[in-house]
Design a protein around this ligand. Sequence first.
Ligand code: ADP
Length: 758
Amino acid sequence: MSHHPEAPTTSPPSLSERLQSVTEALAAVRTQQDVFRVVLTPALQAVDAVAGAVLLVDQTGQYLTVAATQGHEEGAHTLWQDGPLTSSVPAGDALKRQEALFFEHEGALMRAYPELEAHTDGRAPVATAVLPMILDDRPLGTIILDFKEPHEFTSDEQRFLRTLATQCAIAFGRVRLMTDLERQVQDRAGRALADARAQEAFVAFTEAVGTETDLLALARQAITVLRARFQDSSVGYYTPDGDLWKARAWSEDMEEALVAQLRAGLPSSTPFIRGTLETGTPVFTDTWDPEREQIDHTDAYGASAAYPLIVNGEVRHLLLCGLKGTQRWNDRDRALVRAVGRSLTLAFERAEQTRNVEEERAALDAFARFTERSTHVTDAITLAQEAKDVLLATLGVEVGYSELEDGLWKGRVFSDTTPAEVVAQARKGFPADLPAFARPFQERNVVFVDGWDPQGAEHTEGYGAAALYPYFEDGQPSGLLTMGSPQGRAWTERERTVFRAVGRSLELALERAQQAAVLKQRTMEVQQANEELRRSNAELEQFAYIASHDLQAPVRAVTSFAEVVTERYADVLDERGRTYLGLIMQNGEHMKRLLDDLLTYSRVANERRPLVPTDADAVLDRVLDRLGPQLEALGATVTRAALPMVLADAQQLDGLFQNLLSNALKYHRDGVPPVVEVTAERDGGMWRVTVTDNGIGMEPQYFERIFGMFQRLHGREMYEGTGIGLAVCKKIAERHGGRLWVESRVGEGSTFFFTLSA
Ligand code: ADP
């Protein structure tokens, strides 16, 4: 209160002074309660009222509530109570009429509203003023002043009170506006904060997507992002297990019972899951129905989303999201779910690729290690041991190898860590017809068991996961490579890949070992046969040598004595006797030649002179010298190339040329002088020598046969000979590490080829 020095302080302030100070005070108030306090006090004082109240119309516009009172005794029963806004109560009436009501004398109020006391169970004051507060034609409420004494309201007082009510309404409206504004600002700030948090989560997620390869960690990040954006929501990440989709990560808001249910798994037939699985696209619904979906504890949700994470064309994971209450999906929210889903899919694809590369590398390493160590091994047990070592080093698992014996799988190779009782049982053997052991052989494929059920395989109940690789020999089960893990867990992709690789390597190695064994067997057989052949050949040659040698003397005796008889007793014999004697001598001569040739033949094999550098030209010179008279008699021409130095037995090379050249002369065509050509051509480390004639030639069917013993194409009456010459030649060529063969045309001539080491 201001104190003027000259003015006396006793006189109460005038109505307009009061109005002014109220207006000033109202300008500063910030809350509804302050408004009422600032207004009620001067109102009561100015008109000497005992008590006052402010009634406010609520948000529905149908109801009045007491917002403030002043001057009433604690707990006093007044007429001014909460109640419906109707014109049967003074406050409602004043608002409806939009004018202040003044009741100046005892009973006036009750006369106007007879029901009031009974309704409210209150006591009516002597006099009352009911002042409506109206702002922009909207009823806000009323100010009510009660008097103990009858009160006549002067027109100044009435104007004062009406103005006060209007001021109050304005202030009240302003405060309300301010509070609204403040709330909006706060809301917006809150939303901005949430947005910022969502943004941060999204950035963190995007970064993780680029580097993280742990799928679960990535899924958790995605959940965080979605939760930051949809505050009143639940998000989960699911992977399939048979026909169930089991939650692997979930937001923390969910109640335990729901989490337990989601972890146990939702069937693929759950409507909102089935939809996304069938279409491979995200499914959003704004009408969540717990009964239709058959998921308990989800009454609180109103909207849902299912996002399929597709890797390699398959839905591998699911992201499921539920919005609580009355929230619905809008375009922006859907876009966010899609963006997160897509990012997660990309990250999963990348992680899968990385994992594939790692698995491939691990498998390749294992494969290479096994191959390296097993190349020279051909024994199945040693190979299995190598396979075990590689698996142990690569995966650190328990490994065993068994062989089938009398219908039992008997353990042959074990890991050091295999429990003694399992080793003992495996040594005794597991029945081959136990389903677990029979399966890989029925399927002819590796079998991975994630939950091992011993089913009669004693002492194996300690295993949680097992893998079995079957081996066959001649189509029959022969071996079994096993891998076991004591924990109750599933084999990882890497373990499966490595086991497959090593199993397959062992399979190849075992096959190779089997083939090697067969090959060894065959080689031994062939060696044995060769040895026998060699021995019988040697015996034959020995026989031929002895026979030809020992027969020479008697043959010589026959021909000599036949000669003696011819000389001395020719005249004693008649013509026929002399003819017979001639035949004896002729055949004796032929037999002698046969024996000579046979002896030559057997000598080629038996004489073991070393092969030395020999001048083929000089050898040919000597042969042609010897044949000189014959060449002359037949009018033959011989052309020859310069022959090289060769590795040979000179004497045998001489025999070779001698035979081929004599044949070239002998088998000439009638009336055609023989033309013979000798050439030599280098062929790798060999020389190929040819002897070509223009003689009678021969048909191709004889190209092989003429090199056999006693093989001739003509009678002796046409061409003298024994049929041994070419057989000798062939043997000589072969003894020199070369070959002999012929090409020929009937009536044109023949070419004999032979090769010799240079
Ligand atoms: P032979 O003592 O009969 O000459 P060979 O073993 O030397 O015995 O020859 C075997 C057969 O090959 C001969 O009987 C002959 O029919 C045939 N033959 C060999 N050389 C020639 C040739 N240059 N031209 C045609 N036929 C030949």
